[in-house]
Design a binder for this molecule. Sequence first.
Ligand SMILES: *[C@@H]1O[C@H](CO)[C@@H](O)[C@H](O)[C@H]1NC(C)=O
Ligand SMILES: *[C@@H]1O[C@H](CO)[C@@H](O)[C@H](O)[C@H]1NC(C)=O
Ligand SMILES: *[C@@H]1O[C@H](CO)[C@@H](O)[C@H](O)[C@H]1NC(C)=O
Length: 480
Amino acid sequence: MAVEAGFVLCLWFLQLCVLPCAGQEPVDLNAFQPQSALTDMEFVSVSSYRGPGNTDTRSNKELPILLWWSANLFPHFPGDTERVDCARSSCLVTQNRKVQLHRRTASIIFYGTDFRAYEAPLPRLPHQTWALFHEESPMNNYVLSHGPGICLFNYTATFRRESDYPLTLQWLPSLNYLLQPPSVSLEEKNRWRKAGLAPVLYMQSHCDVPSDRDRYVRELLKYIQVDSYGKCLNNKPLPEYLEDTSTATGEDRRFMSFVARYKFHLALENGLCPDYMTEKLWRPMHQGCVPIYKGSSSVADWLPNEHSAILIDAFASPQELARYIMDLDKDDSKYLRYLEYKTPSKITNLRLLEGLQNREWGINDMSKPNYLNGFECFVCDRENERLMAAKRHRREPDKYPAPQPKMANNTHMGCPLPSPGYGAIEEIDPNDGWLQMWPQDYWQSLDQAEGLVSLINHNESDPSLLWQHIHRMAMSRKGQ
Ligand SMILES: *[C@@H]1O[C@H](CO)[C@@H](O)[C@H](O)[C@H]1NC(C)=O
Ligand SMILES: *[C@@H]1O[C@H](CO)[C@@H](O)[C@H](O)[C@H]1NC(C)=O
Ligand SMILES: *[C@@H]1O[C@H](CO)[C@@H](O)[C@H](O)[C@H]1NC(C)=O
């Protein structure tokens, strides 16, 4: 049994070495000098935008502090500290880790992809909240997909609609983006078909991913012609003039017109999670190609209408899906139904319309804040409310109840255990790369999350004790 625990620990160390480090020194508690750090901060801060409901007259010295823990994400420039005047209240925001343990530091904001249990700011002070910003793929950090991991955060901004500050439609710039007429007409697409172009495009260069999409596409390739230009399942070379644009974000004009000739685009996300949708879904729609989609199991909730994408989950097998696509390929009027949403009146999904209308942040829209600043202000206003409520309660406990604790739960992330893209897990070769990587990563992340909870419960100050705590937990599980 001890061998097993040792094995788990080895894997941890392996991961430690392999994972890129966040590039920041862990905070040195001995060097903690709140006074000098704050003095620097109070002078450099500049007041910028003030929300209409903000009557906060406090000086910088009285404001709560929000600390951005992750390097390189601090959404202000230049300097490392700034005063923000939000919709209802003001805060000082900083990326100076010296204020970690300061009594005025009300909240610490983390970037999900960089969040590492063995680098967490400890001890966790009871008066401090944690806020999570994670707009990226679930594959970047499965710690956050486990209850013990996500519950450590009091505020979240994730792709899930249930999060406190949802970023669900982050890859859809506007309604007009969807309404743009198809870049290539159906007549022209049909001409390309006659000239030998496949009905379906696949373009993927990130191959070993948790969604295991290549296993599915490999099976699909048996039943239908697919042109695959990326590194994964490649069966066609990219024209030379596109070689260096193929890995770029794909907004290159020549690249766009190259891919828009295809009637269908395979659009499989790298990780599966409710509400995780990226440009893989929206870009083909923008171009007037039909996405063959798998990613968010609840994607239908956000599509313009009930026939604007082909959902892989709706088909029992790749073979059935192939049959359906071939049928559409031969039937122009059926195909064109999938593009009806290009007419505004055919966008009937209210959730989509309202989601775009009501979000306070914008994409490439100078009249709206970006979502990093937006979330920062969300946390600022919430923290000021909480501090105010706590103060009222201290003064008049009979009249004002103590504020209720607030924390995230699995509905704010909660992505499922990676499963094979095709077939049953028992049928997969034990040496398969995907099998060795992703299910393990998922369960190791649960250990990390539980280890961090244990560190916090023991009021540890050194997060690198994580491995000891995980080891101890493994040993006590065996004792049961
Ligand atoms: C923040 O979350 C932690 C951990 O889940 C919890 O113990 C704490 O009470 C929460 N704080 C507030 C102010 O809600
Ligand atoms: C999870 O959090 C959401 C709000 O963020 C809340 O509405 C829901 O009740 C919570 N679910 C559970 C099981 O606590
Ligand atoms: C936790 O540790 C900090 C410093 O390491 C200490 O100031 C604080 O009193 C401890 N809290 C508890 C509840 O033991």
